[in-house]
Write a protein that binds this ligand. Structure first.
Ligand code: BGC
Length: 773
């Protein structure tokens, strides 16, 4: 006990002075730059035994019971003996308080615990799934949603969320596309940063220390969304260039926004699994980007180095993990089992372990847990903020903004409110679980509003609603079609709710085919045709899609008069859909992913390269298919409105700049219709002739604006030098002189253009990227 009697009390004084200052106040210094935080961490480190150090790197999962989640058997003893530093999946003010009590009163060094949870799009009030939030193109809204989620989660003792997931996905077969912002690196970066700021209560990790700030985790580092064939956990094969240009920017944006933690990804890239990649976790993350926070493994990711075939046993896997820079081992106790022995035998240098522990202690200090281990475990706040009315109202706003109007022939939408009878058809129409989407934390289907409930609430009891499932979600049963047709014949309008259940996207939920599952396509066509051929005249039919990925819906796109993409919108799904169906809200979301015409077009994304033989219908020997058009069903950035917008007068502050200078781009956007509405004004750029082949266009700005009928707004974007840069053949980040095409418009296809001349010599923004190894 020498360490305790000599050193312990000298650090107590240090610890008791809170880092946090007044609760909720932003600090001037990030915990990662704080000399004080480092001093505290070092003084604790000096007191720790090797086993206690390894304990801080050990994170174990809890499991659910009837009274909420509990630590695994023996978990409390581990806390007492300092053999565990954090749990995942544990929450609840009273229970986390009790665990903190054990840690801070009954363990030798009194180090408090961290509690991690996947708070992905809400805790109890569920917001739209991340892909849907990206469709809002509204980073302020996304930040607010993350903030509300953090307020609810922290009140339940949670200190750490494993979000945002920022993996770029160009393959909608991959189920986890639902957890990210889609296909575009710029949008991905904007959404990553917004969520980090929201969870952590501000940029630069300066909000950490307020009792409603959650540690954010940028995941899954890196390239997880590139899984071959869209099959989850699969190998990723990317060129270094594509990795840097397309996949890495959102992680970097999250890190630059101050994310406290980063999670390694399950996949390998070109043969090196991320959990053993010191190139990724040290050269790129720490040296190139200056990350000072903590790296956590994904669930079991370190021991999976064995099936990956780069470690023969758990000991080797642990050594690879800690050497690569994985600080905390999530869930499989491989560090707990092997790390101390590896250090004692000299196979792992002690300073590697110390550095990992330092990262953990700095975060615990930054959260203010040393001065008050109970600050996140507050039953009064738990009652106050769980499903708080202001969160529910915000969830409805976020949900409305995420809806994308894909088609609206003859102004089918909005539907009249004075309908007498509505046929509500489809297997998802009254599904309170599906609306929540995957990773719904503590979200409860019983507290969520299905489409049926939303329509009923909007129209009141005087409207008759005939509800018919029509078909199951994913089996080939057609026996319900007859009832569906009969419902059509009795109704004035038809709302068809089809798509995927929540568990058909997300982790381990890839689909080989992205068409509508089961017999739903046939159900939809039967209903649409019945409505068209109705003896009392054609009836309006609206297809309401619910899904966690881009779908291929060629027949629906052809035949349905109106289509709404509603993803999974969370607790307020049904209310938001009803707001849009009956015109209380004019939809303005845009697709964050390209919608293919068929699975066989994958990968299809807007920012592709031109090739030497770009598709040309007049020339056989160009890049296309014999049996499908080369164009998508709906392009990236696409989405309609109940009004229309006209673009004009795209102009630059200067048509010629020197490489390395910024330029301002302005465009006039006018609401040319007769209703107020939101438009997402999009700005794209291409360096038309460069030393390397650049994408045909790349999103460089997007702004969601609300315009009254007839109103014109000049939308101004500042293009910083970085927006004009590319990786040259030495992988330097440079701006090359020449002509740039500037595009502005309503989606990635319908654009007006201007030219920008960049003069001078090549301007180097950043030296060559660290060599891939
Ligand atoms: C997922 C992570 C998640 C973790 C903890 C893993 O299976 O890949 O995204 O954060 O589980 O639940």
């Amino acid at each position: 006990m020498r360490t305790r009697s000599l050193g312990f009390f000298s650090v107590v004084l240090l610890l008791l002075t809170p880092w946090a200052g007044a609760d909720g106040q932003a600090r001037m210094e990030s915990p990662f730059e704080s000399a004080r935080a480092a001093q505290v961490a070092d003084s604790i480190l000096r007191l720790m035994t090797l086993e206690e150090k390894v304990g801080q790197l050990n994170q174990l999962p809890g499991s659910g019971t009837q009274t909420g989640p509990r630590v695994p058997q023996g978990g409390e003893a581990l806390v007492r003996s300092g053999r565990i530093g954090s749990f995942l999946g544990i929450f609840g003010a009273d229970y986390t308080r009790e665990l903190q009590r054990i840690a801070s009163q009954e363990s030798r060094l009194r180090i408090p615990l961290l509690f991690g949870l996947d708070v992905i799009h809400g805790f109890r009030t569920i917001f739209p799934v991340p892909l849907a939030q990206a469709a809002s193109f509204d980073s302020a809204r996304v930040e607010m949603s993350a903030r509300d989620a953090a307020v609810e989660a922290t009140a339940h003792g949670v200190t750490w969320t494993f979000a945002p997931m920022v993996d770029i996905a160009r393959d909608p077969r991959w189920g986890r596309i639902v957890e990210g912002a889609g296909e575009d690196p710029y949008l991905g970066g904007v959404m990553a940063a917004a969520q980090v700021r929201g969870f952590q209560h501000g940029a630069g990790a300066l909000g950490l220390g307020s009792s409603d700030a959650l540690l954010a985790t940028v995941k899954h580092f890196a390239g997880y969304g590139g899984a071959e064939g869209g099959r989850d956990y699969n190998t990723v094969e990317l060129s270094e260039r594509t990795l840097w240009e397309t996949y890495l920017p959102p992680y970097e944006a999250g890190v630059k926004a101050g994310a406290a933690t980063v999670m390694a990804s399950f996949n390998d890239i070109g043969g090196t699994p991320a959990h053993s990649s010191d190139w990724l976790l040290r050269d790129v993350l720490r040296s190139r980007w200056g990350f000072r926070g903590l790296v956590i493994s994904d669930w079991g990711g370190i021991s999976e180095l064995i099936p990956h075939g780069v470690a023969a046993n758990r000991g080797e896997a642990a050594a690879l993990g800690i050497r690569a820079g994985v600080d905390i081992d999530m869930s499989d106790a491989v560090y707990a089992d092997s790390l101390a022995a590896l250090v004692r035998s000299g196979r792992v240098p002690q300073p590697l372990v110390d550095s990992a522990v330092r990262h953990v202690l700095i975060l615990k200090y930054a959260l203010g847990l040393f001065s008050d281990p109970y600050r996140f475990s507050d039953a009064a706040r738990e009652r106050r903020y769980t499903l708080a009315p202001e969160h529910v109202a915000a969830a409805r706003m976020a949900a409305r903004e995420s809806i994308v109007l894909l088609k609206n022939d003859n102004r089918t939408l909005p539907l009249r409110r004075d309908l007498r009878t509505i046929a509500l058809i489809g297997p998802l129409a009254d599904d309170g679980a599906a609306v929540l989407g995957g990773w719904a934390a503590e979200g409860k289907p019983g507290e969520a509003v299905s489409v049926a409930a939303g329509i009923r609430a909007a129209l009141g009891p005087s409207v008759r609603i005939i509800s018919v499932r029509g078909s199951p979600v994913d089996t080939a049963d057609t026996t319900g079609f007859a009832l569906a047709r009969r419902a059509v014949s009795e109704a004035d309008a038809v709302v068809l709710v089809i798509g995927e259940r929540a568990d058909m996207s997300g982790e381990a939920s890839s689909r080989a085919s992205i068409e509508l599952p089961g017999s739903q396509r046939d159900l939809a066509l039967a209903v649409i045709r019945a409505a068209r051929q109705s003896t009392s005249g054609a009836k309006p039919v609206v297809a309401v899609l619910m899904n966690g990925r881009a779908l291929a819906i060629p027949e629906l796109a052809e035949e349905a008069p109106a289509i709404l993409e509603t993803w999974f919108l969370g607790s307020q799904h049904g209310n938001a859909v009803a707001d849009v169906l009956f015109g209380a809200y004019n939809p303005g979301g845009k697709l964050p992913v390209t919608f293919p015409r068929a699975t066989g077009q994958i990968p299809i994304y807007y920012n592709h390269r031109n090739t030497g033989r770009p598709a040309d219908s007049a020339n056989h020997y160009t890049s296309k298919y014999l049996d499908l058009p080369w164009t998508p069903q709906f392009p990236f950035g696409y989405g309609l409105s109940y009004t229309t917008f006209a673009y004009s007068n795209l102009r630059l502050s200067s048509s010629s700049i020197r490489a390395g200078e910024p330029v301002t781009v302005s465009v006039d956007v006018r609401n040319s219709g007769d209703r107020a509405g939101d438009e997402v004004v999009q700005l794209y750029l291409r360096d038309s002739v460069a030393s390397v082949e650049e994408p045909i266009k790349s999103l460089r700005g997007a702004r969601r604006v609300t315009l009254q009928p007839g109103e014109m707004r000049t939308v101004v974007f500042k293009l910083e030098p970085a927006a004009m840069s590319l990786y040259d053949r030495q992988m330097r980040r440079v701006i090359e002189p020449g002509i740039f095409n500037v595009y502005a418009g309503t989606n990635s296809s319908d654009l007006i253009t201007a030219k920008l001349q960049v003069t001078g010599s090549v301007f180097v923004l950043a030296p060559s990227t660290p060599r891939f190894r």
